[in-house]
Write a protein that binds this ligand. Structure first.
Ligand code: PBG
Ligand code: ZN
Length: 322
C-alpha cells in the first residue's frame, strides 16, 4: 500500500520534502509617498498601510531594511494634477525626492519606480486623452519623460503600469539614449482590469473620473492574451515581467512561468490585502496562516518575486521561524 502519510508524520520529514519556501528576499514592499510635510495618513481600506510624506518615510524604510526586504516599489501622490500629468516628470516631485533620499541613506535597497500617469492626471486615466479616448502613442512621450526623471533620481528599476502598447521598447530606448542602460525595466505585462485595485485607488488618489480602464488593461477572462502580452514585453526588452493581480490569476502565473525564462513577478494587490485584513480583524481567519499560505501559493505557481503589502509582516514571521 502506498502510504503518503509517512512523509507527513512530523515536521522534520515535512520540512525535508517541502517543495516551496517563501523567502524574505522574494518580497517587494509597495509604499505611498504623499507631497507635503509631517504626514502619516492611514489608508482606511488597507489597515497597516499609510501615506508618508518624504520627511516621515524613514521610519518605514528602516523597518524594510531591518526586515531584510530587498526592494520597495514607490507610488507618488502629488498636490497638483493636470490634464497631461506633467507632475510625473518634475525632477523635484515627491517620488524623485524620495528616491534621492533613499539612495543616500540606504544605497543597497533596490528602488522600483512605478511609471504611470494616473496619479498625476486630473482625470485619473493612465494616458493622454482626446475626448474620452485614451491615446496610445502620444502617451509614450510623457511616460518616457517620467521614466527618465525617475532614473536620473536614482531608481534602479522602472516599472511601467500603464498598459500602453509599445511602451517597454520606447522606455528602453529612452533610457539607453540617455545613458541609463543599466536601469532595469519591470513591466506590468499581464495587468488585468480588476476590481481588486479599488483600495489602491483610495490610497493613491488615482480613480478614473469617467469610464474605466478596460480599453487598456486586460479582460479578466483572457489567458492566451496574457501569454502574448508577456512575450511582447520580453521581446521589447523587459528584464522582469509581471502578472497582476496574483491570487485570482495563479493559472496565468503558472503558465507564464512554464513558457518563459524571464524572471516573473506577481502583484498581490490592494484588494487581496484588504480582504485578508478585514476577515482577520473580525477574527474569522488566522492572519499569519492565511498570508503565508497565499504567498506560498503565489510562489508555488511560479512567481519568484512577490510584490505585497504584507511584506513587513511576512518578513517578521519568516525571521521568527529561522
Ligand atoms: C497604476 C497602478 C494601479 C496599481 C498599481 N499601479 C492601479 C490601477 O491600475 O488602477 C494597483 C495596485 C494595487 O491594487 O495594489 N496604474
Ligand atoms: Zn495608471
Amino acid at each position: 500500500m502506498v502510504r503518503m502519510r509517512r512523509l507527513r508524520a512530523n515536521e522534520a520529514v515535512r520540512s525535508l520534502v517541502r517543495e516551496t519556501a517563501v523567502s524574505r528576499t522574494d518580497l517587494v514592499y509597495p509604499m505611498f509617498l504623499i507631497e507635503g510635510e509631517d504626514i502619516k495618513n492611514p489608508v482606511d481600506s488597507m489597515p497597516g498601510i499609510y501615506q508618508y510624506s518624504v520627511d516621515r518615510m524613514d521610519e518605514e524604510l528602516d523597518r524594510v531594511a531591518d526586515a531584510g526586504i530587498p526592494a520597495v516599489l514607490l507610488f507618488g501622490i502629488p498636490k497638483e494634477k493636470d490634464e497631461n500629468g506633467s507632475g510625473a516628470w518634475n525632477d523635484a516631485g515627491v517620488v524623485q525626492t524620495a528616491i534621492r533620499r533613499i539612495k543616500a541613506k540606504l544605497p543597497e535597497l533596490l528602488v522600483i519606480a512605478d511609471v504611470c500617469l494616473c496619479e498625476y492626471t486630473s482625470h485619473g486615466h493612465c494616458g493622454l486623452l482626446r475626448g474620452h479616448k485614451i491615446l496610445n502613442d502620444e502617451t509614450l512621450v510623457p511616460l518616457g519623460k517620467m521614466a527618465l526623471s525617475m532614473a536620473k533620481a536614482g531608481a534602479d528599476i522602472i516599472a511601467p503600469s500603464d498598459m500602453m502598447d509599445g511602451r517597454v521598447r520606447y522606455l528602453r530606448d529612452v533610457l539607453d539614449e540617455n545613458g541609463f542602460s543599466d536601469t532595469m525595466i519591470m513591466a506590468y505585462s499581464a495587468k488585468f482590469a480588476s476590481g481588486y485595485y479599488s483600495p489602491f485607488r483610495d490610497a493613491a488618489h488615482s480613480a478614473p473620473s469617467f469610464g474605466d480602464r478596460r480599453t487598456y488593461q486586460m479582460d479578466p477572462a483572457n489567458r492566451r492574451e496574457a501569454l502574448r502580452e508577456c512575450e511582447t514585453d520580453i521581446e521589447e526588452g523587459a528584464d522582469i515581467i509581471m502578472v497582476k493581480p496574483a491570487l485570482a490569476y495563479l493559472d496565468i502565473v503558472r503558465e507564464v512561468s512554464d513558457r518563459t525564462c524571464c524572471p516573473l513577478a506577481a502583484y498581490n494587490v490592494s484588494g487581496e490585502y484588504a480582504m485578508v485584513k478585514a476577515a482577520a480583524a473580525n477574527g474569522w481567519i488566522d492572519e499569519k496562516r492565511i498570508v503565508m499560505e497565499n504567498l506560498t501559493a503565489i510562489k508555488r505557481a511560479g512567481a519568484k518575486i512577490i510584490i505585497t503589502y504584507h511584506a513587513l509582516d511576512a518578513a517578521k514571521w519568516l525571521a521568527e521561524e529561522e
